[in-house]
Structures are given as C-alpha cells and as structure tokens.
Design a protein around this ligand. Sequence first.
Ligand code: MEV
Length: 426
Amino acid sequence: MAISRVSGFFKLSVEERLNFITNELKFNEEEKNLLLGLTPFPIKTASSMIENAVGLMPIPLGIATNFKINGKDRFIPMATEEPSVVAAASNAAKAAYEKGGFFTSLSGSIMRGQIQVLDIADPYAAMARIYEKKDKILEICNAKDPTLTSLGGGAIDIEVNVIKATNQSMLVIHLLVDTRDAMGANAVNTMAEAVAPFIETVTSGRVVLRIISNLADRRLARARAVFSAEQLGGTAIVKNIVSAFEFAEYDPYRAVTHNKGIMNGISAVVLATGNDTRAVEAGAHAYASVSGRYRSLTKWEINQDGDLSGSIELPMAVGIVGGATKSHPIARLALKVLDINSAEDLAGSIAAVGLAQNLAAMRALAAEGIQKGHMALHARNLAMMAGANENEIDQIVQQAVKEKDVRYDRILDLTKQIQMGVVNGK
Ligand code: MEV
C-alpha cells in the first residue's frame, strides 16, 4: 500500500514528484506521458464532450499528500487554478494523520428526480392516487434502466408534495433512485421523462418539468478527523479556530467565504475525477441553508484531549462510472491516483478534503493571516509571467518575499536584474 505521508513533496521538481507518484502508483509510460502533456488530449474527445469545441483549457493537476482515509493512505488528485489550495490541504491532512486520519460515511446513493404537474383540479386527491400507483410508477422507471437494477440500484420509492404557489397549485412527485456508482443524472432524467405520461393519466394534469434535483439530501457524505493541537500551533490557535467557525455558523457573510474555502478542495477533486462541479456546488450551498439560515458546512469542537475535532456533512453526487469519469483519460487516471473502487469511497474522500481545506484556511486566518502563504506562490506566478526561467524563479521569489513587495512591476524589475547578472539589487 502506498504511504501518503510524504514530507517535502512540494520541494521536489515536477519530474521528481511525477517519478515518485509513478513509482508509488505503478503508472505506465503512457499514463506518465498523459500527465506530462506529452500525449496530448485528443481534440476529437473534446469535440465529442461539448459542442463548438475549438481547443483545450489546461488546468494544473496537483497531488495532495498526507491523507489517511478510513485507515488507508490515499494520494488526492486536485485540479485547480488557485495557488495554495493543494499545499493547504496537504498541511491540514498532516495534522490529522498522527491522530488516525479521516473517517467517512455516506448516507446512501439515492438521487431525487422531480416531476412537476400543473392544471390539476384536485391536487390532494391526485397525490393520494399517485401513492396508490407507486408500484406501477417504479416499474415503469426501472424498465428504463435494467443495467442499474441488475447492479442493485434503480427507482426505490416516491414522495409527493403539493406546492401552493401564488397563482396556482402544483403537484411535485419525487422519484427516489438509487444510482449506485453513477452520479445518476442521466438515469434519473430518463426515468422522469419515461414515467411522465403515466403521471398525467393518474393526475389528469399536465406534466412540465422532469429533472434531477441537485439537493442530494439522500446522498450525504460525512467525514470527521481529529487535528493535533500541537501541530496546529497550540491551544490559543485552536481556540481561535473554533471562534472562526462560530463566526461562520452565525453570520452568512462569513459562512459563504468559509464554505467557499471548503469548496476550493471539494471542487478540485470533483473536477479532477471528471465529475460535475456545478452539481456538487449547488447541492452544498443549498444544504448549508436547510436550517433556514446559511451556515457552515463543517462543525469544529475541542475534544477531551484539547485537540481539534472537525466534521463535515454535505450532499455529494459523484460517480465513478459514466460521463467524463470514464471518457476523460486524466479523470480515469485521477481515480487511479485515489485508488477508488466505489462512488461511496470517492464521496467520503472528497468530504475529507473539504474538511482539511476548511481547517487550513481557518488556521491561516486565525494565526498569521492568509496573505503570507499566498505571497510566495503569487510571486512565483508573477515571475513566470515576467519571463523568468525555472532556474531564476526561486531567486526572484525569495527576494520579493524578503522585500514584502510582491507586485508585478517589482518582479519584472528583479527578473531583468537577475537576467542581466545583477542579484539582490533594489
Ligand atoms: C480563498 O480562496 C478561501 C478563503 O477565503 C476561505 C476562508 O476565508 O475560510 C481563505
């Protein structure tokens, strides 16, 4: 089993990091070349994924280290354009590693499909008629997806609501579909469309919308971990972190930024594995509001040993079969990096990354502030923009950070000076 606890991974060159991962995960040459961009992503694949494709938009893929999830070490693939995210997740995971790492669970793999029915004379009686026909409704749905039912999934139940809108009443039928290892949007939407004519017959109404709901509240991923107070910098910082959480829990202006930080980690893994970032993000933010007020997706407490105990719960509609998870060669590789065999494991691992990401942000905010960590990475980006080569970048970054002057014009100055052989001059 690969050991994810790696120190100084960030100090290695790209080639050294890739060699390390390639050895640990037994990647072949072809897979290695794919990551390096030496085997280009086929434009034909891009063109079959979306319409009007004209090219590709590369996003860096990083690997977060130090994650132990349910007793197993995992490397975490993260696709993101934002500096500091991968390093922050790895750092936070380090503080959990020695306390046993992350433990996760999933409430199920059930997605909801919604069917909206209008123009019903007697919506409450129609609701009762729909419940009487539940078995027939499920039968029609399941006939549409024998593969899913053969894998133990399929439509399993219904829920019906009457919505009293300002100008009309409508009936909304929820199909509850166990989508197993698939995200499930295709399966659910197909079933909702297939059963609509029967729903119209039973209700004597008119079906309009037939679509999945991204508020996947029957597919909640949970993760928890204990983070060493000592590694976080001591009791005072731990207390500040809990206060930072309470700030988010009670103030939506803070909560939305706090949750954005969580999604920095979550969306990066969702994207890397070819899953639908928008579906997960919409579900997460809706779930943050289910109490009637927008709150933190995480909870933070100090445990009996004085360590920081964190937990997270949020909808996690991700799959490991279907869509880009299979058609995108790098997404397939990302699942291999994670060593994942089920959507349940993937969902739990993603929740764990969200928890780690949140801790890293709060730790920085509660101690030295967020800018210090950002500064070196920002300087690195600017140095690249200024035309510095690999050998010059470190020197420029060090100087700019030392001067606390990470502006493009200063970095450009330093780049020119270093290229002309003038070092450390200001
Ligand atoms: C920046 O991308 C994310 C943070 O703003 C999150 C937070 O404030 O908790 C640092």
